[in-house]
Design a protein around this ligand. Structure first.
Ligand SMILES: C[S@@+](CC[C@H](N)C(=O)[O-])C[C@H]1O[C@@H](n2cnc3c(N)ncnc32)[C@H](O)[C@@H]1O
Length: 308
């Protein structure tokens, strides 16, 4: 009888490799015998990221200043403009704001994204509480970041109706969120606000745009309730820590004002050293970013002695 063919079965062969079993807690990484500490990835990535953002911001500043100035080569006109701008605020920017109101968001969305301005707004604006006043509201770029649960009322103001109209229409989608907060929109100059009424005053990128930033700061302090807890929340931009960058800002300020209604070379932190300002408010916290040009500032009003 023919022998039945058996089906081949697979039998793994014992591995010829020999290994020693490691104790359960032993590290999987071979010991470093070279004496050198291996580079750590997190600081390199964070450092690289910061360098990238800074380089991008500087390039944007420089290129933007160049494009702002590109078509302005009439020397006579330029001299006149320089004189007008020389006192740092004697130029009516209202027509500029009315002109750019509709395109403003589109023009600066990308710049703000790259520079991380949204993150700064979120940290800052989330601190607004009680009765809140926002001056120089513009197109309402802070709406997203308020926490209505901690706010009793909010008054949004701006000198230029075109900007405020944009803000009002944008606010439609936030109405439900703010249903328990009293909301008001009112056209008005930063220095025309009622005194002693607000727990928080907010101003983002407004001090670079108004005629007299010193006066604006004093008015913001006056608008606060006389309380230890009142706060002025500011996100602003101005002069850098570095002279080379300040020279670029200085030499292009006139054209920048004409195009953007903004004096980007103001000494923002210097404003807080002015006697009149120091009498009215004090800084609680400051952070500076983008080579010192962006200032995140929390201030509070100085309590006035009623007997004075
Ligand atoms: C650069 S935009 C900032 C808008 C907004 N706060 C933001 O963060 O995007 C400056 C705004 O300040 C307003 N503005 C300029 N001068 C003002 C003044 N004296 N009083 C109140 N608002 C003023 C302009 O109309 C404009 O809307």
């Amino acid at each position: 009888m023919a022998k039945k063919k058996s089906t081949p079965t697979f039998r793994p062969r014992a591995s010829p490799l020999k290994y020693t079993k490691l104790p359960p807690n032993a590290s999987q990484v071979p010991p470093n015998t070279s004496g050198k500490t291996p580079p750590r990835l997190a600081p390199i990535l964070i450092g690289g990221g910061l360098l990238y953002v800074t380089a991008t911001c500087v390039s944007m500043l420089v290129f933007k200043s160049k494009s702002d100035t590109a078509n302005q080569n009439d020397p006579e006109k330029q001299q006149l403009q320089n004189q007008e701008m020389a006192d740092g605020g004697n130029f009516d920017t209202s027509p500029v704001w009315e002109k750019i109101a509709k395109s403003y968001d589109k023009e600066i969305d990308w710049d703000e994204f790259i520079m991380g301005i949204g993150v700064m707004r979120r940290f800052l604006i989330g601190q607004a509480k009680g009765d809140v006043l926002e001056v120089s509201t513009g197109t309402g770029r802070n709406f997203d970041y308020y926490k209505p649960d901690q706010m009793d009322s909010v008054k949004y103001t701006d000198r230029n109706q075109g900007m405020l109209t944009e803000a009002e229409s944008k606010f439609d989608k936030f109405k439900e969120q703010f249903r328990k907060t009293f909301v008001e929109f009112k056209q008005g100059n930063v220095n025309e606000q009622p005194a002693g009424r607000f727990n928080t005053v907010v101003d983002t990128f407004g001090l670079c745009s108004c005629g007299d930033p010193e006066d604006a700061l004093i008015s913001m302090a006056d608008a606060c309730k006389q309380s230890e807890d009142s706060r002025i929340l500011l996100l602003e931009h101005g002069r850098s820590h570095y002279d080379w960058l300040n020279r670029i800002l200085d030499s292009n300020v006139d054209k920048h004002v004409m195009k953007w209604g903004c004096w980007w070379n103001r000494d923002l932190m210097g404003l807080f050293e002015k006697e009149k300002v120091k009498e009215k408010l004090e800084i609680v916290k400051v952070h500076r970013f983008h080579l010192g040009t962006t200032c995140y500032i929390i201030a509070k009003p100085r309590l006035q002695n009623k007997e004075e």
